[in-house]
Structure formats: C-alpha cells, structure tokens
Write a protein that binds this ligand. Structure first.
Ligand code: SF4
Ligand code: SF4
Length: 202
C-alpha cells in the first residue's frame, strides 16, 4: 500500500476529509499541548491536505495529543483532528516509529496499573526519569509534595489488582496495531481478536 493510500485509509477511519479544513488555525489556538508540539493541529491537517503522511508520523504531535477535543470544539467545521492523530499513532506503531520518552512513560504507567491496580505517581516519575535519562527532572518538588501528603513513597495496591491486570492484557490484544490494518476501525468494526480469557467481573 502506498503512503497516499494509507493516508486515505486513515482519514476515512477518522471521518476527516482534506476539504473540510480551511486552515483558520482555531484548533491550534485552543490546543493545550500546542506549545510542545512540533506540528500543531492545523499543521496536521495541512500535511493531510498535501499528502505528507511522513510529516504526521514523524511529528511528536501524535504522542503528545491528549485527546481533549478542545480543537474539535473550536473548529468551525467540526474537523476531528484527534481522530486522525489517533489513527496516525496506530500507523506509527505498525511501522515501529517511537519516541523514547513517550514510550517509556506509557509502558511505566501501564505496568504500574497492572501491578498495583492503579498508578503510583512517585514510581512513575522515578522510572520515567531513569529510563528517559532525565534523572533529576522535577526532583526539587519531591520534598514539598511529600510534606503535603500529595505523594506516598509506598505503593498501595487496590483490592482486585490482578483483575485489572487481566483487563489490561485483554485490552492490549484488542488494540494491537498489528491485528488491525491502516484505517480499520477498532471501535466501529467491533471485531475483537479471539480470546480464551474468561469474562472478568468488575
Ligand atoms: S479549526 Fe478546523 S478548519 Fe480551522 S485549521 Fe483547525 S481543523 Fe482546519
Ligand atoms: S485533542 Fe489533541 S490536538 Fe486537539 S486540542 Fe486536545 S491535545 Fe490538542
């Protein structure tokens, strides 16, 4: 499949069309992550219009978008930029494109939740700093946060943490980018990969 065809599939899955966007920039103006993005939401749409799939896939935007939908709310044409970003993130994963710090943060967060049934902020921050090679990032705020009881050095697992871990494993199989091709919609198609797991009671 050519990049042009792949981009067309991603846009179709996101229900976004090139001609929907008239480059007004209101999405970028309201995006809370825009300052950290190397390609603003308007730029994502510009790449889509010009057929630059690589411009989207190699941006940090696809890893930084929080899916808050502020851009959609502000868009006079309701262009669903985050849906296109999400489809592009899956395509980047299929191609093995990663950002080290985002990858470390995601894996540490998921492992935390699998182990304790919820996130443990101090462990997340510590592991992230170590693996992202930023050992002293935000270290100055630790004493203050501990004094105020905002962070707890000891993880407190929840009751039923193993069931949460089981759910995460199932979700990973459902959301495996290798299982779904470009533009195949995981939600609309409602065809989860086969699983032998028992139903998990919540
Ligand atoms: S707000 Fe909508 S129309 Fe304006 S640049 Fe963003 S996506 Fe395009
Ligand atoms: S959904 Fe993503 S691109 Fe849109 S405003 Fe939120 S962070 Fe920005």
């Amino acid at each position: 499949m050519t990049d042009h065809e792949t981009l067309a599939h991603l846009m179709e899955a996101a229900d976004v069309r090139q001609y929907d966007c008239y480059q007004c920039g209101k999405c970028s103006g309201g995006c809370p992550m825009a300052d950290a993005m190397d390609l603003k939401p308007r730029g994502v749409m510009r790449c889509a219009q010009t057929g630059s799939l690589n411009g989207i896939l190699n941006s940090n935007t696809i890893w930084l978008c929080t899916g808050c939908y502020a851009c959609v709310d502000r868009c006079p044409h309701d262009v669903n930029v985050p849906a296109l970003i999400e489809e592009s993130r899956y395509e980047a994963m299929r191609r093995g494109i990663k950002r080290r710090d985002s990858d470390v943060l995601n894996k540490t967060l998921v492992n935390n939740i699998k182990t304790f049934g919820r996130n443990h902020e101090m462990l997340l921050a510590g592991m992230y700093n170590v693996f992202a090679m930023k050992p002293i990032q935000d270290i100055e705020s630790v004493p203050h946060m501990m004094k105020k009881g905002l962070i707890n050095p000891m993880p407190q697992p929840i009751h039923g943490a193993s069931e949460v871990a089981e759910l995460i494993e199932r979700a990973k199989r459902w959301d495996d980018p290798k299982v779904f091709g470009p533009g195949e919609n995981r939600v609309k198609d409602e065809k989860p990969p086969p699983s032998d797991d028992p139903e998990v009671e919540l």
